[in-house]
Design a protein around this ligand. Structure first.
Ligand SMILES: *Cc1c(COP(=O)(O)O)cnc(C)c1O
Length: 415
């Protein structure tokens, strides 16, 4: 499985810029330039036709962004990686590449808030149907797939429900039905989760989270494992006849991403490249602290329920261990008596910060029902099933003893 020996830490750190920097800079230079110049019209023609690998314009490609993508390729093993402006840009670009009017996406209602909204509201207005099912029940997924399904989409650990589907079973089903499996793996990075081992065809990551290295910037990644035969896709069928397994990336990079224009900036690529160098260290520490805090929260009588896949009595412990080893992310949820108790608890915290986001170096707390899902109507709130007595904690790099003390002082506050 995914042990330390297999994560190419040394290669990520050592990976050089494709062309040597003229000054021999040891850190990745930021090519903060909108456009690139050519000596001749012929060279310029070749660049625009993609014949000489040269950059023309930063919305299309940029040397700093390309170097970041190449490091992500090393970290993940994916043959094609595209960096974009945010996790949501990654998800929307993927579906703009494969969906079409009359097609449908098979997924669960247990989704990150904006992903739910993208599927249910935004894409719907372009004639793309979303079909909800229970990802934990393969038969319920199978029933929703038909000849117009453009993809099955799942989060590897749902946020904030912290559920884990059996990814090998899902990919076996999707492939039997001739559709690609697309997964959002933001919660567990490549040092403990290898999408290719579970038959995921397209992996999506919000690099804002673990990779940015301390909430420095917003970014997203699309990883194409080139495992799906796009000749089976109604939309990419003809392209796949010409380009084979590369059809998805040809459509994405050559058309969709450049037309949508949600490009990652070179400044962000540099920050996130640096974040990638310390990802393994930070992730291990945060996941260990998260397990420690989950165990601690379970001992407190004020806490009604704790959800973390690393707890041996968690309903998803076994499948989580199989897929993510001993490190199922650094996000947990827990329940207090009611919403008012949750708010009072949040307001008294001194060390844990009141903020959204995940996997900052700082621990972050949020009440999802009133914030991330706050603008949903009661009908949609019911669909997403986020209870109003639940809190989400993303565990940072503080000393876990200080975090426990902060939780205790807030829970047991006396006037
Ligand atoms: C944050 C997040 C996203 C969206 O990413 P942005 O970078 O904020 O656009 C998508 N999926 C999951 C699981 C997330 O946590």
């Amino acid at each position: 499985m995914t042990d330390k020996a297999k994560f190419p830490q040394t290669e990520i750190i050592r990976k050089q810029f494709p062309q040597k920097d003229v000054h021999g800079a040891i850190s990745m230079p930021v090519y903060s330039s909108a456009a690139f110049e050519f000596d001749t019209a012929e060279e310029m023609e070749d660049a625009f036709l993609g014949k000489n690998g040269k950059h023309t314009y930063t919305r299309i490609s940029n040397p700093t962004v390309e170097a970041f993508e190449s490091r992500v390729q090393t970290a993940s093993g994916a043959p094609h990686v595209m960096a974009v402006a945010s996790g949501m840009a990654a998800i929307s670009n993927v579906f703009l590449t494969i969906a079409y009017s009359g097609s449908n996406i098979v997924t669960s209602t247990h989704l990150f808030g904006n992903t739910f909204s993208l599927f249910l509201f935004t894409l719907k207005e372009f004639g793309v149907e979303v079909r909800f099912c229970n990802m934990l029940d393969v038969e319920s997924v199978e029933k929703q797939i038909d000849e117009n399904t453009c993809g099955v989409f799942t989060e590897i650990i749902t946020n904030p429900h912290i559920e884990v589907a059996d990814l090998s079973a899902l990919s076996a089903l999707a492939h039997k039905k001739g559709v690609p499996l697309i997964a959002d793996s933001t919660i567990v990075p490549w040092n403990f989760f290898k999408a290719a081992d579970f038959g995921i065809d397209i992996e999506i990551v919000s690099s804002t989270k673990y990779i940015s290295g301390g909430a420095t910037s917003i970014g997203g990644l699309i990883l194409d494992y080139q495992t799906y035969d796009w000749e089976q896709s109604k939309k990419l069928h003809n392209l796949a006849k010409m380009t084979g397994k590369r059809a998805f990336q040809v459509k994405l990079r050559g058309e969709i991403a450049r037309n949508m224009g949600a490009t990652m900036s070179p400044q962000v690529a540099q920050l996130q490249s640096l974040g990638l160098e310390t990802l393994d260290l930070r992730f291990r520490q945060e996941a260990q602290s998260c397990l420690e805090l989950a165990k601690f929260l379970k001992t407190l009588p004020e806490v009604q329920q704790v959800n973390y896949n690393g707890l041996t009595d968690d309903p998803f412990y076994a499948i989580s261990k199989k897929q993510f080893g001993d490190y199922p992310g650094a996000m947990l949820t827990f329940s207090l008596k009611d919403k008012a108790t949750c708010f009072a608890f949040i307001n008294r915290l001194n060390i844990i910060r009141r903020a959204t986001n995940l996997f900052d170096n700082k621990s972050l707390i949020i009440h999802p029902e009133s914030t991330i899902y706050g603008t949903l109507s009661p009908e949609y709130k019911k669909m997403v099933e986020v209870p109003d007595n639940m809190l989400r904690l993303s565990v940072g790099l503080e000393n876990p003893e200080d975090l426990k003390a902060d939780i205790l002082q807030s829970l047991r506050f006396q006037v």
